[in-house]
Write a new protein. Structure first.
Length: 533
């Protein structure tokens, strides 16, 4: 490949990117001047890293890492020029590491141009030794600046962290909103920190709560995204701006993963190197711990996507991946066929073995009219929805909660004793240290048990959604295939309640129809058989 001029920019933060940083570092006039001076074309490829730390080396796994790879394999050929603002764009790591990276570029015959001082670091430079000395000074200064900044940032974060935990004056406002930490990490897009304190954003916070409610109601990710686009198209947060085209749109990734955020409960986690700080009640909670556990239980199973053609009739179990052929293990899929016997409201859905239809695994093409199975499943699920085990789980949680309070009191007492000994300038006995370690371990075990019960009880908590669904659509016919939105919600819930349904013919004929038997495994552990003809 012919040598060209390539531009690389690294922006330390999103705030800098929204300012003038990128415009300065991609100065077209500078590139044009270099092109004219060295008679080289400007490459159409422009490399940029936003929010990637050169102090930690994060940019080496991003766009700058791609630049190095292209230099290594020759896609950026010898004689090319890499244009940057200053050497600290390449690295802010320790000077020996930064210098090695710098040399790895020019030793491949690629020159580095820095616009801040109009200097070209070239392998053909007669004064290369002097240039290397200058580069070492620049790189060492950049590293020292980053270390100073990191120490200052860490100190500021630690000071706020301690003041909040100790309830120091000024750490919270009159409404108990926590003082905002802006120097390290990012705050959630659903909060407003313009006053210096973390408050629910008047627009974004209700949207996030709406997202929680939709997830708890078993809406699929696709349905949630459609809902957000229809109702909040003009309220997309800036953080969801696409880096490719600059458009703002609701992130499918966030919709599919937000249920794992501890910040929904109000916690803020700050990572300072190997140390992790957790600030409770930093945010206003968006949901309760039980709601978070319930959302996680819902998302552990794949959501059914609904039908490709929502205006066509379909079986209630279609698309759930639970209805199987006992003979070959393949799925039983809905096949739309015109039958002689018709029942109103599109209820004549027929399920057939997918392998049999396609001539696979030696299975014959067989099936059954699905309306009878759909109706039985719906009635049985309705009964299960009202037979909840939540009170038992709640009693267990109350008992464990009291145990946790008792153990926490023991830990506080032992920790206070340890601190008093240290404040007196004495060495704490090892027995006390072992005692504190044992108490902390017991506390972790209690927390694990509480989490396990919440996750297990989340399945029972889904019954509440069923009750709400039946109350909301008391007069609706859930077997009516024209009730598209209603049936999609029903399918989402059935996906959580049914583990598997194995279907097979018994060989017995009733009139002209083969008798079929369905072995139904429910998520609560019940296994039953339903015979239909």
């Amino acid at each position: 490949m012919n040598p060209k001029i390539y531009s690389y920019s690294r922006i330390s933060s999103d705030k800098q990117a929204r300012g003038t940083g990128i415009a300065q570092q991609k100065d077209v006039d500078v590139l044009n001047r270099l092109s004219y001076k060295y008679n080289l074309p400007i490459s159409n490829e422009v490399f940029s890293d936003i929010g990637k730390s050169a102090f930690k080396g994060d940019h080496l796994d991003a766009e700058f890492g791609r630049v190095l790879s292209m230099i290594e394999d020759g896609r950026i050929s010898k004689g090319s020029i890499l244009a940057i603002t200053s050497l600290d764009r390449l690295s802010r790591q320790d000077v020996n590491v930064a210098l090695e990276l710098f040399l790895s570029v020019i030793n491949k015959g690629v020159a580095i141009y820095t616009s801040i001082d109009d200097k070209l670091y070239s392998p053909d430079d007669e004064n290369l030794s002097a240039s290397l000395i200058v580069s070492i000074i620049y790189l060492e200064r950049a590293n020292n600046e980053s270390k100073t900044k990191a120490a200052r940032t860490r100190g500021n974060a630690m000071a706020i962290y301690k003041s909040v935990l100790e309830g120091a004056r000024g750490s919270r406002d009159a409404d108990a909103h926590c003082k905002a930490i802006e120097s390290v990490g990012n705050n959630g897009w659903w909060v407003d920190t313009s006053t210096g304190f973390v408050k629910p954003h008047p627009v974004y916070f209700p949207i996030l709560r709406d997202l929680v409610d939709l997830t708890l109601k078993m809406y699929s990710q696709r349905q949630i995204k459609a809902h957000l686009e229809a109702n909040y198209a003009d309220s997309v947060p800036e953080i969801m701006t696409s880096p490719k085209d600059g458009k703002r749109e609701w992130s499918a990734y966030f919709i599919g993963s937000f249920h794992n955020l501890k910040s929904l409960l109000g916690e803020k986690v700050i990572n300072l190197g190997e140390e992790q700080l957790v600030i409770p009640d930093y945010y206003s909670p968006v949901c309760t711990p039980d709601e978070l556990a319930q959302m996680q239980a819902i998302r552990r199973k794949k959501s059914t996507r609904g039908t490709k053609k929502p205006d066509s009739p379909t079986g209630l179990l279609n698309g759930l991946n639970v209805l199987k052929c006992s003979k070959c293990g393949g799925g039983m899929s809905y096949v739309h066929k015109q039958t002689k016997v018709k029942r109103g409201n599109g209820r004549s859905a027929r399920y057939e073995c997918s392998n049999g239809v396609n001539g696979r695994k030696g299975c014959s093409q067989w099936g059954f009219a699905g309306n009878q199975l759909d109706e039985y499943i719906l009635k049985k699920a309705r009964v299960k929805a009202f037979n909840t085990m939540v009170p038992k789980a709640t009693a267990q949680l109350l008992e464990l909660g009291q145990q946790r309070l008792d153990i926490q009191a023991q830990l506080d007492e032992s920790t206070a004793e340890y601190q008093a000994i240290r404040n007196a300038g004495k060495k704490a006995p090892r027995v006390l240290l072992f005692e504190i370690s044992d108490i902390e371990e017991k506390l972790e075990q209690i927390d694990d048990q509480i989490s396990a019960i919440r996750l297990k009880g989340a399945g029972s908590a889904l019954n509440k959604t069923w009750k709400e669904l039946f109350s909301e659509y008391l007069e609706a016919d859930m077997l009516d295939s024209s009730q598209i939105e209603l049936r999609l919600r029903v399918k989402q819930i059935l996906k959580q309640m049914i583990t598997k349904i194995d279907s097979q013919r018994t060989g017995k004929k009733v009139w002209r129809t083969f008798e079929t038997i369905h072995r139904i495994e429910w998520e609560d552990g019940e296994i039953e058989e339903f015979i239909m003809n």
